[in-house]
Write a protein that binds this ligand. Structure first.
Ligand SMILES: C[S@@+](CC[C@H](N)C(=O)[O-])C[C@H]1O[C@@H](n2cnc3c(N)ncnc32)[C@H](O)[C@@H]1O
Length: 219
């Protein structure tokens, strides 16, 4: 009996430790309860780079439809970069083609008090980026949804992200930080064509996990 109880205790402790280790937070930027999972380490590195480079103009494609609610599943990017912008006197421009996604993100942005540091735009991202004129310090690409098995959707998503980078390339500078989501997926994920294009120029992969960070300098 004692042996069984000891075994149960070991399993319970192991489960608790496993849960703690897998709970990846972005404290102190956001409360401990939010788990950023497979994106946490790349997000943390991006935030470090943005601080080091005194980033002021942040641009993302694909809003956080669920605010912080889907921090683990989707990344909660608009809240992460909006909160960072508020704390660092910067501004986040976030574009999404879906008015409902923009409306929901708007509610989350307002609830967090980020309204002054976040501009939400309803538009096709390529159209929006083509018209963008400011120098971009940080670019996050996470729009057209990828699919794990449908190769037609995979190619359409990769092509769309390639068009995004082509549209905004003239606004990037030597210190720009680029982050691409959903890369560690079958057939190269959202970033495949973007990374190929940028690597053929003078960009280098700085960190490659589920998300990929690219820098132009040695970084
Ligand atoms: C994966 S979600 C973005 C997740 C978000 N970055 C987060 O962290 O929660 C992808 C978003 O891209 C948007 N999208 C799809 N095609 C688009 C396009 N052509 N232009 C702009 N946004 C697009 C979708 O409406 C969706 O809201």
């Amino acid at each position: 009996m004692k042996f069984v109880l000891a075994l149960i205790a070991v399993f319970v402790v192991a489960a608790i430790i496993r849960k703690i280790v897998r709970h990846k937070t972005l404290t102190p930027l956001l409360p401990r309860q939010y788990n950023f999972g497979k994106r946490r380490d790349t997000l943390r590195e991006v935030l470090r780079l943005l601080e080091e480079r005194s980033a002021k103009v942040l641009v993302e494609t694909g809003v956080a439809r669920m605010g912080l609610e889907k921090s683990k599943g989707d990344g909660a990017s608009t809240i992460v970069f909006g909160q960072w912008s508020r704390q660092n006197d910067a501004h986040l421009y976030s574009v999404d083609i879906d008015p409902e996604a923009i409306a929901k993100a708007g509610e989350a942005v307002a609830a967090m008090g980020l309204g002054e540091n976040v501009t939400l735009v309803t538009s096709d991202s390529v159209d929006y980026l083509e018209e963008f004129t400011d120098s971009v310090d940080f670019l996050y690409l996470d729009s057209y949804d990828y699919h794990k098995t449908d190769t037609a959707i995979q190619q359409a998503s990769q092509l769309h992200h390639l068009k995004e980078i082509e549209a905004i390339e003239g606004c990037l500078h030597d210190g720009t930080v680029i982050l691409i989501d959903d890369c560690d997926l079958p057939n190269g994920g959202k970033g495949k064509l973007v990374i190929e294009r940028l690597s053929a120029k003078d960009w280098k992969v700085h960190m490659s996990q589920y998300q990929v960070i690219l820098l132009r300098d040695a970084g």
